[in-house]
Design a protein around this ligand. Structure first.
Ligand code: PLP
Length: 487
């Protein structure tokens, strides 16, 4: 066959690719086994063969060029083995427009949080060491007073910090479990039937309750629960009243739930603690303009008299993954003494990132926090960035333009909230949208977009502006590759 036969059916070319075993038997590959483990050589070989097959499917090869490529297989494998291990966990560009994307790691950390984390984690720290006395200290002190001052400021209660304590655990699910385990112990927990929810990732309130040893006492109905429903269910065996934020769904129509303040007052009268699984960790009600007006803030729950409140650190709070637990002194002290408290302990990286995130709230510089910047980004600015990206792409293969879209907050928060936004839209009948999305995911760094009405959309609300040039590079590269394929 001549090497001008560029239209050779792919299948013929695929047949020329040797098997892994054939390659491993080659002398020059076999010698690599003296330097590297068999597993490593095997993986590298597989990877190179996969890449070769991908090149064939991308119509990159003629028979001649494929033969050349096959000849250099041993060198390619050796090169691959010399490279440092490619990390599995890597940074990606989130162009989905979902601000808190649980699959993409929820809240990115602020620059200040990263600096503090690197600074303290690179060496030893006073994590549990009191620098005044030179004696053993407690890791909670690093965030407790800062968190209480930030919350106290918002609650407008000068005695707040004195009456409350704060602890940190792995995540909000652990925080909720721990509260039930430490405070209830075989007693009944009153929960509205409208709040027996699944938060996601298998976190179901009834299951958490039973695993903690608490007994579920359902009150009210799915759509309407009144204060009298709680009141009528109180017995001497009631250990807790639990309120759960309906974070990932909303009910409309004939719905009713008692005011938090009324529920808290009932708890005080009956001498039963009221615990709110607030979830989102929203600190300031700054998203009234995005359809999340009624969204409870963390401090709102405390100001209205809840005895203990739990929230995630990596949702609307904008910090590292953790569970924040704030409550009345006596209750938090009981939680700290629970033997399970130790099993939910968080490490120094979390304390460092959390402390710096809290400092941003404390010094009123919440614009340091990436998700709050994204929430507040003006649609006009997002559109201008989209336009600059579109101007930077020259492509005949795909029609590329700016379109309006809506971003969402996500992460199991505020399902009703929509933010007006703009996206770069890629549309073409010749190239499948899913194939473009896939090529974007393979870029380094990977770019995650979404498909809507057969278009690929890259919503820039969730992309840091310093990544715009990376998007331009990726799109040009992909467009070039696809137009070569299409020709
Ligand atoms: C998200 C959420 C949780 C789970 O939080 P994690 O930090 O992911 O464990 C629990 N409760 C509510 C109300 C939530 O919104």
């Amino acid at each position: 066959m001549s090497d001008v036969d560029t239209r050779a059916p792919d299948r013929n070319l695929y047949r020329m690719v040797p098997s892994v075993n054939d390659v491993l038997r080659m002398e020059s590959v076999d010698s690599l086994l003296r330097l590297y483990s068999r597993e490593a050589v095997l993986l590298a070989t597989q990877k190179i063969l996969d890449e070769t097959r991908e090149e064939i499917s991308g119509a990159v090869h003629t028979e001649k060029s494929l033969l050349d490529r096959l000849e250099t297989l041993p060198e390619a494998i050796a090169d691959r083995l010399r490279k440092p291990v490619e990390f599995s966990l890597k940074r990606v560009i989130n162009a989905t427009g979902v601000i808190l994307h649980t699959n993409l790691g929820r809240a990115p950390l602020s620059r200040q949080a990263l600096d503090h984390l690197v600074e303290t984690a690179a060496g030893y720290s006073n994590l549990e060491f009191d620098l005044e006395t030179g004696e053993r200290g407690s890791r909670d002190v690093h965030i407790e007073s800062l968190l209480l001052s930030v919350l106290g400021e918002v609650t407008n209660n000068p005695g707040f910090a004195g009456e409350h304590r704060a602890v940190v655990v792995n995540n909000c699910a652990a925080a909720t479990f721990l509260v039930l385990h430490a405070l209830v112990k075989g007693k009944e927990v009153l929960v509205s039937r409208g709040e027996l929810v699944e938060i996601g990732g298998g976190f179901r309130i009834p299951e958490i309750l039973s695993a903690s040893g608490a007994i579920l006492r359902e009150v009210g109905t799915t759509n309407r629960t009144r204060i009298a429903d709680y009141e009528n269910s109180l017995t001497s065996n009631t250990g807790l009243i639990l309120r759960v934020h309906q974070s990932n769904f909303s009910m409309e129509g004939f719905v009713e739930a008692p005011d938090l303040a009324d529920l808290a007052a009932l708890g005080r009268r009956a001498d039963v603690p009221v615990f709110m699984d607030q979830g989102t960790g929203l600190m300031h009600s700054l998203i009234s303009d995005v359809g999340a007006a009624g969204e409870f803030t963390f401090s709102h729950c405390l100001a209205h008299g809840c005895d203990v409140v739990a929230a995630s650190g990596d949702k609307l709070f904008g910090g590292p993954q953790c569970g924040l637990l704030v409550g009345k002194r006596e209750l938090i002290d009981r939680i700290r003494k629970d033997p399970l408290f130790r099993t939910f302990r968080v490490d120094k990286l979390v304390y460092a990132a959390l402390e710096a995130t809290l400092a941003a709230y404390f010094s009123r510089q919440s614009e340091q926090i990436p998700i709050l910047r994204m929430l507040k980004a003006a649609p006009e600015q997002i559109r201008e960035r989209c336009e600059r990206i579109v101007d930077g792409i020259d492509s005949a293969a795909v029609s590329i333009s700016v379109c309006d879209t809506e971003s969402v907050i996500g992460g199991g928060t505020t399902p009703r909230a929509k933010l007006q936004s703009y996206a770069v839209s890629l549309r073409d009948l010749k190239i499948d949208a899913a194939a473009i999305l896939c090529a974007l995911r393979r870029f380094d760094p990977p770019i995650v977009g979404r498909i809507q009405d057969d278009q690929v959309l890259l919503d820039l609300r969730t992309v840091e502006p310093d990544s715009d040039s990376t998007l331009i590079r990726a799109l040009n590269r992909i467009m070039q590759a696809t137009s070569e394929t299409a020709n």
